[in-house]
Design a protein around this ligand. Structure first.
Ligand code: F6R
Length: 611
């Protein structure tokens, strides 16, 4: 949600900030802006729309060597030029880029108005710029003014601030919204995401919640915002491993298509080094839990949001099926708000691609605060959730740039299949069963490679169904999880209203809406529920509903099936992964057919770092 980037050094700041913002655009893209500082002058350029709209405003050259930038996903105030960041106080002294929400903005705005400040935008963030300017009068330095201001603020922030009188200095602070500092050669960068830093430096340090840093070209200083912990620290940067080629589109038209296509290699990376052929099990380097501790857990609870929650629900089904250990999944957002009971014999697992989803991070903190054990299942190394958990499974899917998750969903399922194998073999799974799972997992990348090699039939099918206004997706058990993911993908990028239902529930209400204008995609693994799924198809057909079977079973002789997508068969732990690509391709090609912006769908952001 919103990307922030800052630069202080000896280079021209403008191209560095633009490059950084282009790598953050997936976090938000309804407006963008830059504040560039040279000597005692700050110039602000901002514009509603994509980064390209901002580029049209910018001078060809600008000599500023300090600057901050922002790409926005509107929460408070419509996406307009005035509401775009950076925001400046009414005297033009302070400029800020802010990611997060200031909850007491209304109250502060009233107070600041009585102090003579005026406001040009509808945003909560502009209030922060005015507050810093107000405090600067008493504090005498930008660092002290930002500290004093943040002590008066309720809410979340990843903040960058500059002051006209301190041209070689940027202040940054974090509370609930990520901030990463990049340490370069005679330059310092700062951003909400390492993706913006890696073209310039691999040396990074992560700010923790409650920390504020002062950055100049050669120097960084980190302070605590707590008055009782006034100490200053210099932190040693760590080296970030980030494959830049994985974050470019290559020869593909869209990141979405590229990321669907690179799933076989991503799966290989999840599996690499984690299969133990000797003991027919899996191993993980980062769980930080001894087998004895793992065996003491009586239940597993998986938390996540959106697709991560759905992947967690399929993961829970895989674990329960394989280990006979009760497992379920819940939306992290719902969980954190219901004052959850934390059981010490439950192992909690938090799933997040970005590792920055605020609701998931807060759920992790709630579990830890109550003494529970939580492992992260995270893609982005060093992200907030990964660091907060301190232990877990990295997906190694590579950077996912398209807003909708595709390869990270597949990799999460694969990580859960490995975890189910690991836990199963620790309990009562036989070596022969372990070997069968290992064989299935080993074959999985190649099976998927063959499966996604020729997507043309899926393109034609998507074109056929793209002009319906609504669709159902149904399935049973793990198939229902896939139905939820298929429906979410379709609605997110093609804007077709798509609803997922357990196939068994259709007759308890939703059948009322089935007619010839409502296609149903039925997810059919080759399992013992096949005959049940066939009777669901008959129920739909009786109401003239078009039926598309996404099936591992042979549907060629089934007259009730209008179209069939044949999926290769694996093992019950790999079948959900094999059933996934057709659903992703359908959403992708339907979105293309409807001329939607596939990589950056409306109203969505890749990383939701606010409540
Ligand atoms: C759907 C999608 C979102 C995310 C959700 C959680 O395609 O991408 O539903 O899955 O916002 O994000 P992470 O996994 O980063 O916590």
């Amino acid at each position: 949600m919103c990307g922030i980037v800052g630069y202080v050094g000896s280079k021209n700041a403008m191209p560095v900030l633009l490059e950084g913002l282009s790598r953050l655009e997936y976090r938000g893209y309804d407006s963008a802006g830059l504040a560039l500082q040279r000597k005692e002058k700050i110039e602000v350029f901002k514009k509603a729309g994509r980064l390209d709209a901002l580029r049209t405003l910018l001078p060809k050259r600008n000599a500023a060597t300090t600057g901050i930038g922002h790409t926005r996903w509107a929460t408070h105030g419509a996406p307009t030029d005035l509401n775009a960041h950076p925001h400046t106080d009414s005297s033009g002294c302070v400029s800020i880029a802010h990611n997060g929400i200031i909850e007491n903005a209304g109250e502060l705005r009233e107070y600041l108005t009585t102090r003579g400040h005026s406001f040009a935008s509808d945003t909560d963030s502009e209030v922060l710029a005015a507050l810093i300017a107000e405090e600067y009068g008493n504090a005498g330095s930008l660092l002290a003014a930002v500290k004093a201001s943040l002590r008066r603020v309720a809410g979340t922030y990843g903040l960058l601030a500059m002051h006209r009188d301190e041209p070689a200095n940027i202040i940054t602070a974090r509370n609930g919204s990520p901030v990463v500092v990049g340490v370069g050669d005679n330059e310092m960068l700062v951003a909400s995401d390492v993706a913006a830093l890696v073209p310039f430096t691999r040396q990074v340090l992560y700010l923790e919640d409650g920390e504020i840093a002062s950055l100049s070209a050669k120097h960084h200083e980190i302070h605590s915002l707590e008055a009782s912990r006034p100490g200053v620290s210099q932190r040693t940067p760590s080296v970030v491993d980030f494959d830049v080629t994985l974050a470019s589109k290559g020869h593909h038209d869209h990141f979405t298509l590229k990321e669907i296509s690179e799933q076989p290699e991503a799966l290989e990376r999840v599996l690499r080094g984690r299969i133990d052929t000797r003991f027919k099990t899996a191993h993980f380097g980062g769980l930080n839990l001894e087998p004895k501790e793992l065996l003491s857990f009586k239940r597993i609870k998986i938390l996540g949001c959106g697709s991560a929650f759905i992947a967690g629900s399929i993961g829970a089904a895989m674990i329960e099926r394989t280990t006979r250990l009760p497992a379920d999944a819940e939306s992290a957002a719902e969980f954190r708000y219901r004052n959850p009971i934390i059981e010490h014999d439950t192992l909690y697992m938090a799933v997040s691609q970005s590792g920055e989803t605020f609701d998931t991070l807060t759920a992790v903190q709630e579990i830890q605060r109550k003494g529970g054990t939580v492992l992260g299942v995270v893609n982005v190394v060093g992200s907030s959730i990964a660091r907060q958990c301190g232990a877990g499974i990295y997906l190694h899917a590579g950077p996912e740039v398209a807003v909708v998750s595709t390869k990270t969903f597949a990799c999460t399922l694969c990580a859960f299949a490995l975890f189910a194998l690991y836990m199963g073999r620790m309990r009562d799974m036989s070596p022969a069963e372990g070997e069968a799972i290992i064989n299935a997992l080993t074959q999985l990348p190649e099976q998927m490679r063959a499966q996604i090699a020729s997507p043309d039939p899926l393109r034609r099918l998507a074109q056929k169904y793209a002009h319906y206004q609504r669709a159902y997706f149904v399935g049973r058990c793990e198939g229902f999880g896939l139905a939820r993911e298929g429906a979410l993908k379709l609605k997110e990028i093609s804007y077709i209203h798509a609803e997922a239902y357990p196939a068994s529930e259709l007759k308890h209400g939703p059948l009322a809406l089935i007619d010839e204008q409502t296609p149903t995609f039925v997810i059919i693994p080759q399992d013992d529920l096949l005959t049940k799924n066939l009777s669901t198809i008959a129920e739909i057909k009786t109401r003239q509903g078009p039926v598309v079977a996404v099936s591992q079973a042979d549907m060629s002789d089934k007259p009730d099936v209008d179209d069939c997508i044949a999926v290769p068969k694996g093992h019950p732990l790999t079948d959900p992964i094999l059933l996934l690509p057709p659903l992703q391709f359908l959403a992708y090609y339907a979105a293309l057919e409807r001329e939607c912006d596939v990589d950056q769908p409306r109203n969505l952001a890749k990383s939701v770092t606010v409540e």
